[in-house]
Design a protein around this ligand. Structure first.
Ligand SMILES: Nc1nc2c(ncn2[C@@H]2O[C@H](COP(=O)(O)OP(=O)(O)OP(=O)(O)O)[C@@H](O)[C@H]2O)c(=O)[nH]1
Ligand SMILES: [Mg+2]
Length: 220
């Protein structure tokens, strides 16, 4: 009983800080997108390929247990990049994102991408103050993962199936993924893409632009 109360109050505290983060992003007309997936599904590679195609000012916040490797990969002149090391933490918290936001000048930034710690379970329960949650499933992980990790797919606003260039050699059934998603989340669009070959990236970039335009129009 006590444990349940503690867990709930921790999540409530997280949500309160997330709401402050979201307000800050709204004030700057910055669209926040939280990328969640298993380790190695291609989050950093996707951001490396997405940001130049978007053609908008972007900032990136990257969560990892150790190292600044992802931030080093993403750091180019035009992109403000913050690496958050969580130590043993298996997901980003809204407080860590608030600390990261304090290090970024959001003026003129159209998109903030948050690369969460690679994990298919814990990030789903932690609102960071983002506007949209993007869940990536990559082909080598297997076509059974939607049913095995339902919570994260239920929480998604968009689902990207990455590394589709490997589908032929890995016996991956897209139909199985779609059938499982039909039981869990029918609202989120599902895009197949390859961050390596560029297949499907135009659709993803278009989705991002549309979401930002809609929010900007609503704020007027
Ligand atoms: N074949 C293929 N490989 C890819 C694709 N996208 C990423 N990769 C490779 O997958 C590996 C992992 O990619 P990352 O971008 O580091 O994955 P990540 O999700 O950021 O990993 P973590 O931050 O450690 O969770 C790298 O070797 C990438 O080159 C893709 O579309 N096709
Ligand atoms: Mg990464």
């Amino acid at each position: 009983m006590t444990t349940v109360k503690i867990v709930r109050s921790v999540l409530e505290a997280n949500d309160a800080v997330a709401a402050v983060n979201r307000k800050l992003l709204d004030e700057h007309h910055t669209l926040g997108v939280n990328l969640m997936s298993a380790p190695g599904s291609g989050k950093t590679t996707l951001l490396q390929e997405t940001i130049p195609r978007l053609g908008h000012p972007c900032a990136v916040m990257v969560g990892d247990l150790q190292t600044t490797r992802d931030a080093d990969r993403l750091r180019v002149d035009s992109v403000e990049t913050v690496q958050i090391n969580t130590g043993r933490g298996c997901h980003l918290s809204s407080t860590q994102v608030a600390d990261g936001l304090a290090a970024i000048d959001l003026a003129g930034i159209d998109f903030l991408f948050i690369e969460n710690v690679g994990n298919m379970v814990c990030p789903a329960s932690h609102d960071l103050g983002e506007h949209f949650r993007c869940v990536i499933l990559s082909v080598p992980e297997g076509d059974d993962k939607v049913a095995k990790y339902p919570t994260i797919f239920q929480a998604a606003d968009i689902i990207l199936v990455n590394k589709i260039d490997l589908a032929g050699i890995l016996d991956f059934s897209m139909q199985r993924v779609l059938d499982d998603l039909a039981q869990l989340n029918t609202a989120a669009p599902v895009l197949t893409l390859s961050a390596r070959t560029g297949q499907g990236l135009d659709e993803w970039v278009q989705w991002l632009r549309q979401k930002r335009s809609k929010r900007a129009a609503a704020a007027l």
